[in-house]
Ligand binder design. Structure first.
Ligand SMILES: CC(C)(COP(=O)(O)OP(=O)(O)OC[C@H]1O[C@@H](n2cnc3c(N)ncnc32)[C@H](O)[C@@H]1OP(=O)(O)O)[C@@H](O)C(=O)NCCC(=O)NCCS
Length: 205
């Protein structure tokens, strides 16, 4: 297994799109065109995060005032200048009362190293920070790896969209968290986040 160099999380920029599309290519049977990413980066209801391995300075102020997203937005230097390598990405839409995970993927050669979970933790923090009650998503019925990740974070299977995926007519399982604001969910989440920090300190620099 490969060890990671210094990593950090930040909002996705347009110049990350080629690397994001590389990850998408090895992760999904169909791909978004580049224009879809460009449009999404302009979408006021969308938030796209990347986890990068970097040769540059670590981000500062990620927990500073002004909210989690505003703190992340302060990290603006282009990826190439920083020698950054995108290891994973996640996109959500902030809707009324609900954050919807649109996409999430990790580079194949660094899977099972906590990166997908790190992105999901950031996503749940963003949802809480913007007063969403739940996080929801659709996932292929056959994608048990992703479903295991969501189940770990308290998501329930709440429905099925029959033949949702047009490439192979596969069903989508709809998964949703409990109310993020309840003390029981807060306890579950804080415990999982603390365990993740202990297990993968390199993903929390
Ligand atoms: C799903 C995905 C994002 C997980 O990312 P990852 O960085 O490999 O996952 P992590 O190492 O953070 O694993 C976190 C948890 O997810 C679950 N998990 C991840 N991969 C798994 C696998 N292959 N089998 C079973 N469980 C798995 C486990 O519960 C794991 O917790 P554990 O380490 O305590 O067992 C990654 O497999 C991926 O990019 N897949 C292709 C794209 C995709 O399917 N996206 C989801 C679309 S809904």
């Amino acid at each position: 297994m490969r060890t990671l160099l210094r990593t950090h999380l930040r909002p996705m920029h347009a110049e990350d799109i080629p690397q994001v599309m590389d990850i998408e290519r090895e992760s999904f049977p169909t791909m978004w065109p580049q224009t879809a990413y460009k449009r999404e980066l302009q979408n006021r209801a969308a938030r796209y995060l990347v986890l990068v391995e970097d040769g540059g300075e670590p981000p500062d102020g990620a927990d500073a005032g002004g909210g989690f997203w505003n703190a992340l937005r302060r990290i603006v230097t282009p990826a190439e200048e920083r020698g950054e390598h995108v290891l994973g990405f996640l996109g959500i839409w902030l809707m009324v009362g609900e954050a919807h995970i649109v996409t999430v993927a990790v580079r194949e050669r660094v899977r099972r190293m906590g990166i997908g979970e790190r992105l999901l933790i950031a996503c749940i923090e963003l949802a809480v920070d913007s007063d969403q009650e739940v996080v929801t998503l659709e996932v292929r019925k056959s994608n048990t790896a992703a479903q295991d990740l969501y189940i770990k974070y308290g998501f329930d299977r709440v429905g099925l969209r029959v033949r949702y995926y047009t490439d192979n007519q596969e069903d989508a399982v709809i998964m949703t968290t409990p109310d993020l604001t309840t003390p029981s969910y807060r306890r579950l989440f804080e415990g999982l986040r603390a365990r993740h920090r202990d297990r993968y300190p390199d993903l929390w620099t």
